[in-house]
Design a protein around this ligand. Structure first.
Ligand code: ADP
Ligand code: MG
Length: 338
């Protein structure tokens, strides 16, 4: 059974950034307004996520890391109106199988916080009083310690840097979609990035990407019924000079489906196509725009279970979405692909 557990967990928790994403999403699901990601050695030695969310009730702590325990959905129908990032009850238990995990948590009702040490199977092996305020801190030590090949794979300098970059991109995505969230990234005890609570998406973009990137962004809104699709976002103004902020990677094109940061290649491609069409004579400008696109559709028309990390989603009305986006981009950039 240990081998089975390790194998299935290693398929859920595939990378360093994967752990970070799961922990951060748990914090957001707990209603945190402040979250700190504190890592050591690119997360390989320690990943710690601290939040000021609602904490974990004492009666739930015993099962919190039991595979398929979730406090977020009760019935199959809940899946159809999903508003939390997590729902499978898989992450915490899976992380326990590939690292050393402890959880410190305190709810509003608790007088003091408690630190729980979990074992390989997600069972609590010890607990003791702790001194933290309301919220939850999850510490993950020695990630992939029992998967030596994977640990080594993520230990190369190149891979470490890639994963750190992905963590930063992920933090930026949450910073943009959750303006009122306070975020801090600490690496090897140094604060490498920080974002205060701000009022709206534009301020969040400003805080995340800087003034030069945001100066040329235009807010856009498009609402369509049948099928219902709402597009909100910030796109580069047509004709503006933003060669300095657009990039050869799609990493500054932030796309969200129902507030979930996702990779949607065809959407990114469409944005790039319309954006760069203005510069047809200048191939050097064939770049990805700095942009934010927030797609809102009825929860029942999204399937987020395509990949374990939920960064790719299936949309029931994908064609309708691409058509709506295209109409909108044509009106913005005036480019009509034939
Ligand atoms: P899921 O997010 O799919 O429910 P997880 O394995 O990620 O599953 O977490 C299991 C449970 O542990 C959650 O349903 C929640 O009750 C609790 N939990 C985990 N992290 C936190 C947190 N930061 N704050 C509050 N509760 C948490
Ligand atoms: Mg979760």
């Amino acid at each position: 059974p240990d081998t089975v557990r390790l194998l299935s967990s290693s398929q859920v928790i595939t990378s360093v950034v994967n752990v970070v994403k799961e922990l951060m999403e748990n914090s957001l699901d707990a209603g945190a307004s402040s979250m700190t990601l504190d890592i050591e050695n690119y997360g390989l030695d320690r990943i710690e996520v601290r939040d000021n969310g609602h904490g974990i009730k004492a009666e739930d702590t015993r099962v919190m890391a039991v595979t398929h325990f979730t406090s977020k959905i009760c019935s199959h129908e809940d899946l159809e109106r999903l508003e939390t990032y997590g729902f499978r009850g898989e992450a915490l238990g899976s992380i326990c199988a590939v690292a050393e995990v402890s959880v410190i948590t305190k709810t509003e009702e608790d007088d003091i916080s408690t630190q729980y040490t979990l074992d390989f199977t997600g069972e609590i092996v010890s607990q003791k009083p702790s001194h933290l305020g309301q919220g939850t801190t999850v510490s993950v030590l020695k990630l992939f310690k029992n998967l030596p090949v994977r640990r080594q794979y993520y230990s190369s300098t190149k891979k470490c840097k890639e994963e750190l970059k992905k963590m930063q991109d992920l933090l930026m995505a949450y910073a943009i979609i959750k303006p009122d969230l306070r975020l801090t990234l600490i690496h090897n005890k140094v604060v490498v990035w920080q974002k205060a609570k701000v009022a709206d998406h534009r301020s969040a973009l400003l805080a995340t990407l800087g003034a030069s990137a945001v100066a040329n962004l235009l807010p856009c809104h498009h609402h369509q019924e049948q099928p219902e699709i709402v597009l909100d976002g910030f796109f580069p103004k047509p004709g503006a000079d933003y060669s300095s902020t657009s990039s050869s990677n799609p990493d500054k094109t932030f796309i969200f489906v129902n507030n979930r940061p996702v990779h949607q290649k065809d959407v990114t491609k469409l944005l790039r196509q319309h954006y760069t069409a203005q510069y047809r004579d200048d191939p050097a400008r064939n770049r990805y725009p700095t942009a934010m696109l927030k797609i809102t559709v009825p929860p029942s028309s999204v399937d987020v279970n395509l990949t374990p990390d939920k960064t790719q989603v299936l949309l029931h009305n994908k064609e309708a979405l691409l058509t709506a986006l295209e109409v909108f981009l044509v009106s913005l950039y005036g480019y009509r692909p034939n």
